[in-house]
Design a protein around this ligand. Sequence first.
Ligand SMILES: NC(=O)c1ccc[n+]([C@@H]2O[C@H](COP(=O)([O-])OP(=O)(O)OC[C@H]3O[C@@H](n4cnc5c(N)ncnc54)[C@H](OP(=O)(O)O)[C@@H]3O)[C@@H](O)[C@H]2O)c1
Length: 218
Amino acid sequence: MSTSSLFLVLGATGGTGKHFVTRALHDGHRVRVLVRSLQKLGTQAKDLDVWEGSITDVDKIDTDKLVEGVDYVVSMLGDKELQRDKKINYLFMQKLVPSMRKQGVKRFLYQAGGLSKPYQGSLSWTLWLLRNTLASGFNGQHLDNEAVMEYLETQAKDLDWMVHRAGIISDGESKGTLQRSKTKFSMATHRDCADYSYRLMIDPARDAVHTSDFSCYV
Ligand SMILES: NC(=O)c1ccc[n+]([C@@H]2O[C@H](COP(=O)([O-])OP(=O)(O)OC[C@H]3O[C@@H](n4cnc5c(N)ncnc54)[C@H](OP(=O)(O)O)[C@@H]3O)[C@@H](O)[C@H]2O)c1
């Protein structure tokens, strides 16, 4: 992509989102963010079009304006505590997706977890066990991600969306290059997940459109 595009990054202050923002800026793109805390953006704030707000204040956010002029929307949102009993992402997506449609957004990437089931799909025995033991505290987050995947599959097939069912273990240095996989799943760093999602989004090929795959190291 030689020209500068406008990205809207949701979750820009998070583990994956912050790396995604850095990468997009580095490549000469413009980046709009919606954040709860300006302070968390640090000095990078000056390079961004910053909107302050919470996705839980659905009625207060003018989503049509939020996505105006935006080419690519990426969601790296998560709040484990709130998602215990509320599907905050799903509720926000129900308002955001019609705005994306109206404003002609080119692509939407939603980062879910590798332990979230794709719509009408299932988890391997190993991943099911991991979800229900060591990772059981994240169940609400997975249920929210699954509601979003169902919504995208059943009500937003007219949009070019892709879901990255990421596996994340740490915020350390890069461990390599991730690629898309229907079956193989790697525990990656935030940085590598962000890099992978970025490459997926700007890839002119359409192979990943309407998929909800894992990523694994090459
Ligand atoms: N972390 C993992 O181990 C892991 C593994 C696999 C998949 N995932 C998936 O990847 C996604 C992102 O993961 P992550 O680890 O990068 O997330 P993270 O570090 O927890 O960051 C989440 C981001 O979402 C923002 N956010 C949360 N609630 C918000 C709200 N109400 N309004 C606006 N922004 C809000 C946070 O803002 P604040 O900075 O204000 O909190 C933060 O920027 C999640 O959906 C998760 O399911 C995560």
